[in-house]
Design a protein around this ligand. Structure first.
Ligand code: SF4
Ligand code: SF4
Length: 182
C-alpha cells in the first residue's frame, strides 16, 4: 500500500560520460560551499564553550537519578529502563535494602550499581518514559568531554542527584505525572 507520494522510481539507466567522471557534480557542490562561505553565517554565532547556546527546558541531555522528598533514592532496580533502552546503554545490579538503609532507599530493592554508557546512549528518553518510579530523567545538562572511553560510563556517583543540590525536572513532567508521583 502506498502511504505517501514521496517515493521515487529508481531507474537503472546507463550513466553518460559526464555522469561517470563526476566532475560537474563536484563543481556544483563546490559552488554551493563557496556560496555559503562568502555569505557568512546568517544565524547568531556562539563562542562555545565560553558562551553556550540556550537549550530548551525539555532538552534531552545528561540523566539524573532522582531522590524522593525525604532524600531517599527512588530507583528500585526493576530494570525496565534497561529493557526499554534501544542502545543497551543501561546496566545495573539490584540489592536488598536492610533495616538500617531505610533512610537511604525508598523501596525494599535498590540499585547498588547503576551505570549508563554515555557513548552508547542516543538520548532518546525511552528510559525516562519506562520508569514506573519517576527515578530517571534526562536533563538539560551536557555530558562532559572525556579523554578515554571508560570515563563515559557514568555510575551512581555522577547520576544520583546530590542531596543538597536537587535538580528540578518539573518542566519535563506531565501534569498527570506530577500528580501521580508520590
Ligand atoms: S536516553 Fe535512550 S539511549 Fe539513552 S539510556 Fe535512556 S533509553 Fe537508553
Ligand atoms: S530507573 Fe526506574 S525503570 Fe530504571 S531500574 Fe530504576 S526504577 Fe526501574
Amino acid at each position: 500500500m502506498k502511504l505517501t507520494n514521496r517515493s521515487k522510481v529508481v531507474s537503472n539507466k546507463e550513466m553518460t560520460f559526464m555522469e561517470r567522471i563526476y566532475l560537474p557534480e563536484i563543481f556544483k557542490g563546490m559552488a554551493i560551499t563557496m556560496k555559503h562561505a562568502l555569505q557568512g553565517s546568517k544565524g547568531k554565532v556562539y563562542s562555545y564553550p565560553e558562551v553556550e547556546k540556550p537549550r530548551a527546558k525539555v532538552w534531552r541531555g545528561l540523566h539524573v537519578l532522582k531522590r524522593d522528598e525525604e532524600g531517599r533514592e527512588r530507583c528500585t532496580a526493576c530494570g525496565l529502563c534497561a529493557v526499554a533502552c534501544p542502545a543497551e546503554a543501561i546496566t545495573m545490579t539490584a540489592a536488598e535494602r536492610t533495616k538500617e538503609e531505610k533512610d537511604l532507599y525508598r523501596e525494599e530493592k535498590y540499585a547498588s550499581v547503576y551505570e549508563i554508557n554515555m557513548l552508547r546512549c542516543i538520548f532518546c528518553g525511552m528510559c525516562e518514559e519506562a520508569c514506573p518510579k519517576s527515578a530517571v530523567y534526562l536533563t538539560d545538562r551536557l555530558v562532559d568531554v572525556e579523554t578515554n572511553r571508560g570515563s563515559f560510563v557514568y555510575g551512581k556517583d555522577k547520576l544520583v542527584e546530590k542531596i543538597n543540590a536537587r535538580i528540578d525536572i518539573s518542566d519535563r513532567q506531565s501534569e498527570l505525572q506530577k500528580k501521580s508521583v508520590k
